[in-house]
Design a protein around this ligand. Sequence first.
Ligand code: HEC
Length: 120
Amino acid sequence: MHTRNPYVLLLSIAALFVACGSAEEQINRRASAAQAANNAPALTPDGMAIFRQYCVLCHGADGKLGLNGAKDLTATTLTLEERINIIAYGKKLMTPFNEILTPEEIKAVAEYTQTLVSKQ
Ligand code: HEC
């Protein structure tokens, strides 16, 4: 220590606490901002991105590939609810996605499959 004055020592300890406090506050603020950013896409998942990642393998990017007995998604007449059920629980060779995707993601990708139909 360059000084033996206990008052100065006390002051620097106090300053240290203040510094820690504000750093912590900043981290907390950053954490909640990150949380908000993470929550935003979770509320509106990107159906097309999910489809490209999990579904093109059998259905193809346009929904018509038909691998592994997959149905042509541009020709399906299923309602949104029925699509959600098949995506969640699977059918024949189709993987159930209820343990891979969240309910919001399943709904988003089901809605995306409806756009494959309307494009035709
Ligand atoms: C492993 C291959 C495979 C993958 C991956 C796959 N599917 Fe399927 N999918 C199928 C098969 C096979 C069927 C037909 C089931 C049947 O015979 O009724 C099907 C049927 C469907 C149907 C019903 C179509 C209809 O008219 O009955 C929908 C909707 C669907 N899939 C959406 C998806 C979505 C969305 C994904 C991605 C999250 C996905 N599938 C991933 C194989 C797959």
